[in-house]
Ligand binder design. Structure first.
Ligand code: SF4
Length: 201
């Protein structure tokens, strides 16, 4: 049996295990901060996440199926959240004129106000990062991008709109290039969620 990252003897001998445990601590911070927002608005964390997602993404991504993939949940779970948000008049359905069976979700003005406010929920995680040097931030970003890419490749997390999975992305001898922006990308400019992302075939 593989040793656990949470086994303290193992953990204190292996940097990978300590990184895993550190990431788990950070994920706990996200959970707590999101819960604080949820309590304030009597919404569940996933309902808040759906509002924030709709606020910042284009309408073709704001569909139940896409949201289910985005949040690694079943369509039924997302549909439940959507039902609550509709009943609270925080979102509306916008039918696609080309296909009346298909619809996107859009924010009402009340939904927009909550999304705008709650989208700042992670700012207390961003503040300590601002104290790091550019080199430290670049190393951290690249390590996380590689981790997310591998988790995506192994099917643990789904949709990723990052440079590494984009058909516009090229790398040659460690130099990153975006064919859409027609520009080199410095290591600290690699994107995690790009509006122009096109999935590799
Ligand atoms: S389009 Fe966006 S995700 Fe794709 S390579 Fe360019 S910057 Fe990266």
């Amino acid at each position: 049996m593989k040793p656990s990252s949470f086994n303290l003897t193992e953990q204190n001998q292996k940097v990978e295990s300590r990184i895993v445990v550190a990431l788990e601590r950070v994920s706990e911070a996200f959970r707590v901060l999101l819960w604080n927002e949820s309590k304030e608005y009597s919404l569940s964390p996933i309902q808040i996440q759906v509002l924030i997602f709709i606020y910042f993404h284009t309408s073709e991504k704001c569909k139940v199926g896409y949201l289910a993939d985005e949040f690694n949940m079943t369509k039924a779970t997302i549909s439940d959240s959507v039902r609550v948000l509709l009943s609270k008049d925080l979102i509306t359905k916008e039918t696609d004129p080309a296909d009346t069976r298909s619809y996107s979700l859009a924010l009402t003005s009340a939904g927009k106000a909550i999304a705008k406010k709650t989208s700042l929920f992670a700012s207390s995680i961003e503040q300590p990062l601002e104290k790091l040097t550019t080199e430290q931030k670049t190393i951290m970003l690249n390590g996380l991008l590689r981790l997310i890419h591998d988790l995506n490749k192994s099917g643990i997390i789904t949709i990723q709109r990052m440079c590494f999975t984009c058909s516009n992305y090229q790398v040659d001898k460690g130099v990153h290039y975006c064919n859409l922006l027609k520009s080199r990308l410095a290591a600290h400019e690699l994107r995690v969620d790009c509006p122009d992302h096109e999935l590799q075939a």
